[in-house]
Design a protein around this ligand. Sequence first.
Ligand SMILES: Cc1ncc(COP(=O)(O)O)c(C=O)c1O
Length: 454
Amino acid sequence: MESLRFVLPQSEIPTHWYNVAADLPNPPSPPLGPDGKPATLEQMSAIFPMAILEQEMSAERWIPIPREVREIYRLWRPSPLVRAARLEAMLGTPAKIYYKHEGVSPAGSHKPNTAVPQAFYNRQAGIRRIATETGAGQWGCALALAGQMFGVEVRVYMVKVSYEQKPYRRSMMRTWGAEVFASPSALTQTGRDALARDADHPGSLGLAISEAVEEAASRGDTNYALGSVLNHVMLHQTIIGQEAKKQFEMAGDWPDVVFGPCGGGSSFAGIAFPFFADNAAGGRGGRPTRLVAVEPTSCPSLTQGQYAYDFGDSSGFTPMMKMFTLGHDFTPPSIHAGGLRYHGASPLVSQLRHEGLIEALAVPQLATFEAGVAFARAEGVVPAPESCHAIRAVIDEALRCKQTGEALTLLFNLTGHGHFDMAAYDRYFAGDLEDFEYPRESIRESLRHLPDFA
Ligand SMILES: Cc1ncc(COP(=O)(O)O)c(C=O)c1O
């Protein structure tokens, strides 16, 4: 019987993270401070530990993973690579489909890959309290778990629409000892201002980031942690693609196309960047692997945004970063893939997209749920709504292969399971979910507020 699961021994947990900055054709654009000059380590050290900031700025190709972090990775890593043979049969495609199952972590997604080192480095720097934001709750759960493991108190600002849509992620964060607040909240000036403008504000990731940064910046004992976007988060997630490469060697196969859902960009980066390293060296056997980031049509930063300097949060507390952005005060429609409701995309992912080294496409909400249900019925795993975006793109590519007869090998990042997203599935089955129009007007309006460096 042919093997479907490719499982590495724990001795194969990567010992280093891969830093894509070492292989970029052009140096990354630096983050800028309020004066328009490159942000200094001192400015950023108010809310981040130095070890993280060094990683943020590093150009070293390989960065060692601390022993304490690898010891915790052992709880669920290496994650399995699985051949989705039943999905292939259901589609009748000659393409081979594989997925890297990041939903096997205790928190249910890829987010602990970076939550664990972030909690570790903060604890090492003597920090006992971290504030953060979360969209659908996956990142908040991951940091709650990691904080609990290193004895760090975690306070989570959860985007209000998701706070209401996904109550059990709140419960999970509380189980691991975190405090959770609906954002906008009355706890910060940012939150109070947003509530004064609109008492029913649904919240956004940009706004929740502002609340968490405001809290961290106003207290000496509190740091801030971000679950995506920044270079060190992309770095930590590269263990996904590094493992996948070893697993493809076990399988005697290699992907022609790699897909990842894309919000801030970390899960896409995690699976794609290690394959980019091969592309940068000429491609494996001279053949590059196509790398495709998949985003929602309702929040299309990489496909419809502007490549410009913008703030990472809605209030403009963070340094300005060069990235594809829809404008920092853009409030995306309330789709159920809450982790993809971010106005920008990681500067590293954005630069690769800008330089034509990766691809991006956008898919509408209903089509993603249709793909997620097909995947669950074929393979058994119920995917998170964010992961359904990559699944939609993979199914479309496999159906294209069916027409052309190409037997391509496709890989996607199954970034999380959807066990706490079942209310969204119920709404899909009841016909209550909608496809949001591409929010052209509100994007145009918020792009008018880009900082002057745009
Ligand atoms: C399951 C899942 N997949 C994907 C994402 C997208 O985030 P990122 O682009 O940083 O991977 C999220 C974000 O919360 C998520 O929870």
